[in-house]
Design a protein around this ligand. Structure first.
Ligand SMILES: NC(=O)c1ccc[n+]([C@@H]2O[C@H](COP(=O)([O-])OP(=O)(O)OC[C@H]3O[C@@H](n4cnc5c(N)ncnc54)[C@H](OP(=O)(O)O)[C@@H]3O)[C@@H](O)[C@H]2O)c1
Length: 355
């Protein structure tokens, strides 16, 4: 079906693969903004106006990583292609019986950094209202990839259970803030310890999210603080960051304990090798290290989301202050996304697109 109007959109494409941190301006800029004409809709497609971009650290690996594209867990973004993103959008025109203009949809990783986007209706999800008038943006965070990664990483990859001592890094971020609450409220962990990058974030992780302890990995006393809060050692470490924090955690995981590896934020913008001084701890303490992708557990996603939404409805999981929403024009999107790598978010970082 042809659209009745010819639409053009501003769209960020990947201009060059960065070595180290993405470059935001100048001749080596990682992204380039262009104007494109949107082709007529094909059967089963919908044309949408983007309302929100989901900002995810993992996108950094979509554009360049040490994993060869054929071994990567989803299709990567080739140079010259639109930058991908999770989005919430409003349908403008529809060539699908499932959607009509005005409907709200989300696509959690096949949207693009564009003002207008064409989606396959079959890959998009309609958005239903959330309890207690919670904002629908939580479908991109707490009730999207972040919540699913937190739950499946703790329960399935980490084998976490009631009575465990659990440590979670990037604890004030989108995934970490959900992991802390799931561990405390849904799993009944004995002790949950967050690790975050400022004293203010640690106070939020303790006082608002309910962690028993939270320590600042940027503090000069981090190693002593970590030892002090883990006198009985740790059953499960939920690792969002890798690097020096992982190295320190190798010395605190119990014999036969588990490290669930969710991500490696500290290495995404670095070409340096990750140096682990404590690697032999894995042998000495028979530690299991298990990487996971939440996509592995999509068959369990409806039940997980029902549990998470139920826990938010009855107040066990708190989502107030769990989002950092930045209103911005499309031109600002790369810079806003990059704030994740300097800790410029509490909870989920979202861009509310203004035109
Ligand atoms: N496996 C999966 O299926 C899956 C799914 C979703 C996300 N993830 C992973 O989950 C992790 C969190 O991602 P997210 O998108 O939810 O982001 P996020 O936690 O909301 O934001 C990233 C946070 O990482 C911290 N950080 C940034 N640079 C760091 C560094 N060099 N060292 C240590 N911490 C650093 C910052 O917090 P501080 O201020 O505390 O430093 C920042 O707020 C990532 O590793 C991501 O790849 C995995």
């Amino acid at each position: 079906m042809a659209t009745s109007t010819t639409y053009t959109t501003k769209q960020w494409i990947l201009a060059s693969k960065p070595s180290g941190a993405p470059v935001l301006s100048g001749p080596d800029a990682t992204f380039k903004l262009q104007n494109v004409v949107i082709p007529p809709l094909k059967e089963g497609q919908i044309l949408c106006k983007v309302l929100y971009f989901s900002n995810d650290t993992g996108l950094r690996n979509f554009i360049q990583s040490r994993v060869a594209p054929e071994r990567f867990y989803v299709p990567t973004v080739p140079v010259g292609s639109p930058m991908r993103s999770g989005i919430i959008a409003e349908v403008l025109e529809s060539a699908s019986p499932t959607y009509k203009p005005g409907d709200l949809v989300m696509d959690f990783h096949l949207g693009t950094w564009s003002e207008l986007v064409t989606l396959d209706a079959a890959n998009s999800q309609p958005l239903s209202p959330l309890p207690n008038n919670l904002p629908l943006t939580h479908y991109l965070g707490a009730f999207g990839a972040s919540g699913l990664a937190a739950y499946s990483g703790l329960v399935y990859a980490g084998g976490a259970k009631a009575g465990d001592t659990i440590v979670i890094s990037a604890a004030a971020g989108a995934t970490g803030s959900m992991a802390v609450q799931i561990a405390v409220q849904l799993l009944g962990a004995k002790k949950v310890i967050g690790i975050a990058g400022s004293d203010e974030k640690c106070a939020w992780v303790r006082d608002h999210l309910g962690a028993h302890e939270c320590i600042n990995y940027k503090s000069s006393t981090f190693l002593e603080d970590l030892k002090a809060v883990t006198p009985d050692e740790v059953d499960v470490y939920f690792d969002n960051v890798g690097g020096d924090v992982l190295d320190a955690m190798l010395t605190r995981v119990k014999r036969h304990g588990t490290i669930a590896v969710c991500g490696h934020v500290s290495g995404y913008n670095s070409d340096e090798a990750m140096g682990l001084k404590n690697w032999f701890e894995i042998v000495s303490s028979r530690i299991t290290i298990r990487g996971f992708i939440m996509l592995d557990y999509l068959d369990k996603a409806p039940a997980i989301l029902q549990e998470l939404i139920g826990a938010a409805a009855d107040g066990r999981i708190k989502l107030q202050d769990g989002e950092t929403v930045v209103e911005a024009r499309i031109e600002e999107q790369p810079e806003i996304w990059m704030r994740l790598f300097s800790g410029g978010n509490q909870g989920k970082l979202l861009t509310k697109l203004i035109v």
